[in-house]
Design a protein around this ligand. Structure first.
Ligand SMILES: C[C@](O)(C(=O)O)[C@H](CC(=O)O)C(=O)O
Ligand SMILES: [Mg+2]
Length: 300
């Protein structure tokens, strides 16, 4: 059971210990976070691609800033009691910027961040044309992040994009070096088969995350398969977002073409379902109580 008195980082670590592998649900905004929580997930994720795509209509190419991401982090952490892992791309700058990223993410209520070894002009991890910084520079990023922690349980996750660029040996060597530099967990990006996960988890003395994003380089392995390969966390960064987008486009097209939404009403979440998830009825009750009280006070 999660205890709201504990720091978000500690709650995230406890979730990793309690569910093996831990399913981490991407939540694009505060309401998606509430939906994921109601579906039973124990940890959430704010995707960098999600912030860029959904909040700004931009591609995931390192265009959004720390403040852009923080705004979404604050909205999500205010709406859920679940710990939220946040995509910090390459850390939003060099050493002092990375330190600032860690402190501000902690203040915004994040449980942890992942920082990757791509160059600042980053790409999506599942697209061609990626370039990575030298291992020493990546290790410096992690050391800086660890040093900047104000909560010892805030999770610093090192993501390596090296597999697609330099191969599995380099990716594993970097992961091991990052753990030695203090990284709590490893994000193995764009892995293409279970054997590679097995190699990662055998070599790395820290929990390893598998990014099971759709339409990318990684097959849609099940939690069971990934658990057997030693994986500790399974991430679904944009699954609900992709589904929401397809549903929204279908509704827009239908209304535009048919002049009515009648054919798509059955696909919609009802007002009651929306309100139940939001706790709307409790708010309404509170309002009634408060107004009644005011009326009573006015009378006396
Ligand atoms: C995990 C990721 O970094 C993200 O921003 O959500 C993306 C996901 C994606 O584009 O499918 C990535 O893997 O680079
Ligand atoms: Mg990303």
């Amino acid at each position: 059971m999660s205890n709201p008195q504990q720091s978000a980082g500690l709650r995230f670590k406890e979730a990793v210990r309690s569910e093996k592998p831990l399913q981490v649900a991407g939540a694009i905004n505060a309401y998606a976070a509430m939906l994921a929580e109601s579906a039973g997930f124990k940890a959430l994720y704010l995707s960098g691609a999600g912030v860029a795509n959904a909040s700004f209509g931009l591609p995931d190419l390192g265009i959004t800033t720390l403040n852009d991401v923080l705004e979404d982090v604050r909205r999500i952490t205010s709406a859920t009691s679940l710990p939220v892992l946040v995509d910090a791309d390459t850390g939003f700058g060099s050493a002092f910027n990375i330190g600032r990223t860690i402190r501000q993410m902690t203040a915004a209520g994040a449980a942890g961040v992942h920082i990757e070894d791509q160059v600042m002009a980053k790409r999506c991890g599942h697209r061609p044309g990626k370039a990575i910084v030298r291992q020493a520079e990546m290790v410096d990023r992690i050391r800086t992040a660890v040093d900047a922690r104000t909560d010892p349980d805030f999770v610093i996750m090192a993501r390596t994009d090296a597999l697609a660029v330099e191969g599995i040996d380099s990716a594993i060597e970097r992961s091991v070096a990052c753990v030695e530099a203090g990284a709590d967990m490893i994000f193995a990006e764009a892995v293409t088969d279970l054997e590679q996960y097995r190699k990662f988890t055998e070599a790395v003395k820290a929990p390893v995350l598998a990014n099971i994003t759709e339409f990318g380089q990684t097959p849609l392995f099940t939690t069971e398969e990934l658990g057997q390969a030693g994986v500790s966390l399974v991430l679904y960064p944009l699954s609900a977002f992709r589904a929401m987008n397809a549903a929204a486009l279908h509704v827009y097209r239908t209304i535009r073409a048919q002049g009515t939404q009648r054919d798509v009403v059955a696909d919609m979440q009802t007002r009651q379902e929306l309100y139940e998830c939001l706790g709307y009825y409790d708010y309404e009750k509170k309002l009634d109580e408060l107004f009644d009280k005011e009326k009573d006070e006015g009378r006396s």
